[in-house]
Write a protein that binds this ligand. Structure first.
Ligand code: 2AM
Ligand code: CA
Length: 253
C-alpha cells in the first residue's frame, strides 16, 4: 500500500538529489563518454544515483532498483520497482544550462503507480499517483486542449541513433508546418512535465529508455493526456521505445 509517508519520503529524496545538482563543484566534475554519440555521464550522475538507491531502498525494502548509470540494469518484476534517472539532461548539466531534472518512477507489477520529477533550478516538483491526478508543487496540473495549429511541439533529437534522428526531423518538420512553433529542452522527463502542465501540447522522441519516461508518462496521463509509442502502441517499461505524449488525441499527427 502506497502510503502518504512513502510518497513524502520519495519527494524528500528527490529534493535531496536537487541539492546535489545545485551544489555541484564544476571544478572537480569528471565527464566520461558512454556508448554511442553524444552520450555522457558525470561524477554527479553517479553520486545522485548512489544516494537515491540507498534512500529509496530504505523507503521500500525489497523493491527492484533500475538506475540509468548502473553497469548492469536490473529487470523490473512483480511487486515494486524504482526506475530512476539521477540527472536527465546530462549534456545540459555539463554545459551549465540549468535545464536538467531528476526522475523517479515507481512501478507496481510493471505499471507506474507513483512518479516524481524535480527541476532543482526552478524548484519545481512534479508528482502523480495513479488515479489521483498530477501536481506541480502540490497544485493540480492539466494538459492543454489547444489544437495542433496553436501547439508548441517539443521533441528530442535522438543524437545517439543517427538513422532514427533523421526520421525524427522528418516528423518534426511535418508537425512544425502545422503548429505554432517548436522547442528542444534536452531533458525528456522535463519535456513530459511541460506537456502535463499544459505549457506545451505535444512531445515526441524516436527512442528513449525507461528511466527517461517511466515517471513522466504517469504525470502526463494523470494530467489528462496520453502517452504511447509513436505508432500508438503502449509504452514498454522493460526496454527502450519511442515516446509520443500529447494533450489531445483527436488530431492525426
Ligand atoms: P540523459 O540526459 O539522462 O542522458 C535528450 O534527447 C534526451 O534523451 C534526454 O532525456 C537524455 O537523457 C536522453 N538520452 C541520452 N542518451 C540516450 C541514449 N543513449 N538512449 C536513450 N535516451 C538517451
Ligand atoms: Ca541521465
Amino acid at each position: 500500500m502506497l502510503t502518504k509517508t512513502i510518497t513524502e519520503e520519495i519527494n524528500a529524496a528527490i529534493r535531496a538529489a536537487g541539492d546535489i545538482i545545485l551544489n555541484a563543484d564544476r571544478t572537480t566534475e569528471t565527464v566520461e563518454s558512454k556508448e554511442g554519440h553524444a552520450n555522457f555521464v558525470t561524477s554527479y550522475d553517479k553520486a545522485v544515483q548512489e544516494m537515491l538507491k540507498k534512500r529509496l531502498l530504505e523507503i521500500l525494502p525489497g523493491a527492484v532498483f533500475v538506475g540509468e548509470e548502473e553497469d548492469v540494469h536490473a529487470q523490473i518484476k512483480d511487486g515494486y520497482s524504482f526506475i530512476v534517472d539521477p540527472i536527465d539532461g546530462t549534456t545540459n548539466f555539463i554545459r551549465d544550462m540549468h535545464c536538467s531534472t531528476t526522475s523517479i518512477g515507481l512501478l507496481f507489477n510493471g505499471e507506474p503507480v507513483y512518479a516524481a520529477i524535480y527541476n532543482p533550478y526552478l524548484g519545481e516538483l512534479y508528482t502523480a499517483k495513479k488515479g489521483e491526478g498530477a501536481f506541480l508543487n502540490g497544485q493540480p496540473i492539466h494538459v492543454s486542449d489547444k489544437p495542433l495549429s496553436e501547439s508548441i511541439i517539443l521533441f528530442g533529437t535522438s543524437p545517439y541513433y543517427p538513422d532514427l534522428a533523421k526520421k525524427g526531423f522528418e516528423l518534426l518538420i511535418n508537425l512544425f508546418s502545422r503548429a505554432l512553433d517548436v522547442r528542444r529542452f534536452g531533458s525528456a522527463a522535463y519535456d513530459l512535465c511541460m506537456v502535463a502542465a499544459g505549457r506545451a501540447e505535444l512531445f515526441f522522441e524516436m527512442q528513449l529508455s525507461p528511466w527517461d519516461y517511466a515517471a513522466g508518462s504517469l504525470i502526463v496521463s494523470e494530467a489528462g493526456g496520453a502517452v504511447t509509442q509513436i505508432d500508438g502502441t503502449p509504452l514498454s517499461f522493460g526496454h527502450p521505445c519511442s515516446v509520443l505524449a500529447r494533450g489531445r488525441t483527436d488530431e492525426k499527427i
